[in-house]
Design a protein. Sequence first.
Length: 382
Amino acid sequence: MATLPEPRRARRGLGLLGACLVVGCAPIPPPDVLAELDRVKSSPAAAQAAERAPTARAHADQLFAAAEQALADDDFAGAQILGEQALAAYEQAVALARAARAEEQRVAAEEDERRGTAELAKLHAEEQALAADVTALEARLEALREAESIVPSGPASGEREAARARATATLRLQARLLCTSARMLQAATPAGAAVPAELASAEAALAALDALLASPPPAAPIDQATRVRAACLGALAAVRHANADATTGAGTSGAADRLLTAVSALRRGSPRRDERGVVVTLESLFAGDALSPAGRAALTELAAIAAAHPGPVGVGRHQDRAPADKDLETWRTRGALVLGALGGPGGRVEVAGTAAPLVDPASAHHARNERVEIVFVAPALL
């Protein structure tokens, strides 16, 4: 291999400064380097480096001072080397300052995002509360519309009067179930929720209707039954609205939808929604006076859902034939057995009788009217 001439090896090994020392060329005048240092040191970027990277900036200043001292001592080569090191140190300080500024901007952006998310959640909660108020007002308006009979029912034929009597019995049962749901929900209300005046008024109207029907009236009081049902529906809406005010609506929005989804996933009974909440209809729960194995399995699955349900759970017993007075206690005992299997505190059992048949009692499928309804009372407005 051909060897390089001595001066060229020196340039490769020592760089420009070393080559100049070997061959005798003049190096870059140190004052030029120091002038560049003065410009860099007084730049806005270096000023920011003093704020955000003070340690790196102080190191660069020390190198700059050392370069000035070397120049004062006529050490031109040392001044140039120290000056270049100072330039590199200033560049490093500026880079660190930019990185610190970028980190500050990232933290600020994250804080802005956090505040924005919190504000969005607050607005969402306010929107839900306003929606609950609107729904409550709509429910009360609907109850008032139902309570106000447009055309009073006048005298009718015997057949039509019998149909009115059956409709009155159904309306009376619906009113009782609605008022019972309102009372259960009120009993489970959080501390601080006031008892709505509508609930006491509706229960008084229901008691008056019961007293009227205790002796056969000259005509079926269908208009009064309609008003009582509307009053009980209004009472249930008032209790829900009071609960929403006491809890600021937290945790109840969409509860009925989630509950219906969970119950439907069990593929048992015929789950549906009504004005009370979610209702599950079960048949053939009993073997004699005890729960059948299939019935107990169904109730065990529903009990797991009831445990996570924020509202009370009620039981309704519907009969195929009107129960005799001596059998009422047996039906209540069976209903209490179902309620105990569900494990829901604060529940109530209602013996509904034959006032709400699923099919024509005179048809071949009349046995379907014998059923048990599990009612998950919804704590929020539907």
